[in-house]
Design a protein around this ligand. Structure first.
Ligand SMILES: O=P(O)(O)O[C@H]1O[C@H](CO)[C@@H](O)[C@H]1O
Ligand SMILES: O=c1cc[nH]c(=O)[nH]1
Length: 292
């Protein structure tokens, strides 16, 4: 197979991958993705040993050990566009030779867990709940650029959602992708976490049905989303990355899911006064669940 051209997979002077500034040996097989760069340092404060610390733009990485388990924590910044960068570069680090730019015969599988903040659309999933995305519905469009996206998407779910939530014809077509069942089962504890469908939006305001000064195209969409059911599935929350992570992971052969702390409840108008101590609890819970 022809090597990938330098314009398509850009590397830096030191041979590291373009945006993440990482070399293959910098990356652990267990990856934790977070949006906020300051969350990387907070998570690493639980590590007994730090191996590397690298950053470029909003992409900060710390690789270290938690209870003897090697992990890389990486910030993605905000939004699914950054997920396209991070997932492609993570996959390149393990499955493409960065010197020859040839795709490796032997593929590696990464375990990827995003720890994020999120807004609940369900009145009975209050602020400070922990929510695991067993499925994500992307309204961002990123996955649609990749061939065979429809093979890993649930078209019946998408059609039912479009119809019942009166989805605007000019908005991107939602894509429904399942997370890794193995990781979801590992992270879920009855009575501690809530499992469900997460909506991945490509914006925080209009795309999540928030109105400040500008009126929006689908003013009643959040009520419809909260009422929507598909079999046993129910939409629980909004954030901005999980569908692109789950979808690209599925196409690339990696395992991925997302666990979020609810910091706003859209159904009753609540917002957390101080979510940071609760985020620490979610991080402790997630780290200990991953090693069990
Ligand atoms: O707290 P993080 O991980 O950034 O996640 C959520 O917070 C950001 C919006 O405020 C988006 O990235 C959203 O997905
Ligand atoms: O409502 C919210 C809260 C956090 N992050 C989001 O994307 N939406």
């Amino acid at each position: 197979m022809e090597p990938i051209k330098s314009s398509e997979l850009i590397t830096n002077d030191d041979g590291s991958v373009f945006h993440l500034h990482l070399h293959p040996e910098d990356l652990a097989e267990q990856v934790i993705l977070v949006g906020d760069p300051s969350r990387v340092e907070m998570i690493a404060s639980y590590f007994e040993k730090i191996e590397i610390r690298k950053s470029n733009r909003e992409f900060c990485t710390i690789t270290g050990y938690y209870k003897g388990y090697r992990l890389s924590v990486i910030s993605t910044g905000i939004g699914p566009d950054n997920i396209d960068i991070v997932m492609n570069e993570l996959d390149a680090l393990v499955n493409i030779d960065l010197h020859t730019k040839e795709i490796k015969e032997q593929k590696k599988t990464l375990n990827i867990v995003r720890i994020g903040t999120s807004g609940s659309v369900q009145a009975d999933v209050p602020v400070h709940s922990f929510v695991i995305s067993e499925m994500s519905l992307g309204i961002d469009g990123v996955l649609r650029f990749y061939r065979d996206n429809e093979m890993i998407c649930d078209a019946a779910f998408e059609e039912a959602f479009i119809k019942e939530c009166h989805w605007a014809p000019l908005a991107a077509r939602p894509y429904a992708v399942k997370a890794s069942k193995r990781l979801v089962d590992k992270l879920h504890t009855e009575g501690v976490t809530v499992k469900g469908v997460t909506l991945t939006a490509n914006g925080f305001y209009g795309p999540q049905g928030r109105v400040l000064r500008l009126p929006i195209e689908m003013p009643t969409v959040n009520d419809e989303i909260a009422r929507f059911r598909f079999g046993d599935y129910k939409i629980i929350n909004y954030e901005m990355e999980s569908a692109a992570i789950a979808g690209l992971a599925a196409l690339m052969g990696h395992q991925a899911t997302t666990i979020c702390l609810i910091i706003a409840n859209r159904a009753n108008g609540d917002a957390s006064a101080d979510y940071k101590p609760h985020m620490k609890k979610l991080v402790e819970y997630t780290l200990n669940s991953l090693i069990r």
